[in-house]
Design a protein. Structure first.
Length: 260
């Protein structure tokens, strides 16, 4: 069984929701408590001053934290889906790609060297892993995002990270990027594998996405945006394998922009 909780309507479901701070009444971040699970996060972009109609290069940042009320290992996060505003644009034409097969056994440094020309973002991941008779062990790894090979004509991103405690685990996850019509232009879906053979759970992820490059004699940007209506929105969908039933939390964070 699953339950779907929208951030804007969680209070009626027995959850605690805090959106702080706000600008013009719009949520700038979020904190959600559902039973023993606490999810918080935020996102943003720079620069904030953008053209009204044309697209200009930006850098996108975002983070999410997963905690528990009682300090135990939180419910495992199984899927993250992120929708990006219709006023955002992704460009991969002429950008080198990275074969995920090359990263399956690579350290962070090796991966960044192997596919240096395909790097489109960096960040970190953290997790808590259960150890018998001991307190949970925190683990951390640098994270790298690479431009991946297209799938059925759609772009992909390769997420790579590596931990060595209590045992080595390499993540080399292919993230498909779908294009949609409506309020959100792109959707990226991350399916997360079990951590430490099911004994661990993700507690933090942060990303900084942005890449400038030249192709065809022109300067290009991996991510660009415009400011047609004074705000850029990002919608997140988080699916947890929680007890007694699986939990899905979704909602949007909006950031103001200024048209120039």
């Amino acid at each position: 069984m699953k339950r779907l909780l929208g951030i804007g309507a969680l209070v009626a479901c027995g959850a605690l929701v805090v959106a702080v701070p706000t600008v013009g009444g719009r949520a700038q971040g979020f904190l959600v408590k559902v039973d023993n699970l606490i999810l918080s996060g935020d996102g943003g972009f720079a620069p904030r001053k953008l053209p009204r109609r044309a697209f200009a290069p930006i850098d996108f940042v975002g983070h999410a934290n997963v905690d528990s009320v009682d300090g135990s290992i939180p419910a495992p996060l199984r899927q993250i889906t992120v929708d990006f505003d219709r006023d955002g644009r992704l460009s991969t034409r002429g950008l080198p790609t990275c074969d995920p097969a090359l990263l399956q056994a690579a350290t962070v440094e090796e991966a960044r060297a192997i596919c240096a020309r395909a790097v489109v973002g960096t960040g970190h991941v953290e997790a808590l892993i259960a150890r018998e008779g001991q307190a949970p062990t925190p683990v951390r790894s640098a994270l790298t995002l690479f431009n991946g090979p297209s799938q059925e004509g759609r772009p992909t991103v390769i997420l790579h990270a590596r931990t060595t405690e209590p045992a080595e685990q390499v993540l080399a996850i292919t993230i498909p990027i779908e294009r949609h019509r409506g309020a959100f232009r792109y959707r990226a879906t991350v399916i997360l594998p079990s951590i430490a053979a099911g004994r661990g759970a993700l507690t933090h992820i942060d990303v900084d996405i942005g890449r400038r490059y030249r192709f065809g004699g022109k300067r290009r940007s991996y991510v660009s945006a415009r400011c047609s209506d004074g705000v850029l929105s990002t919608h997140g969908y988080f699916a947890f394998a929680a007890e007694p039933i699986d939990t899905i939390i979704s909602g949007a964070v909006e950031k103001p922009c200024t048209a120039r």
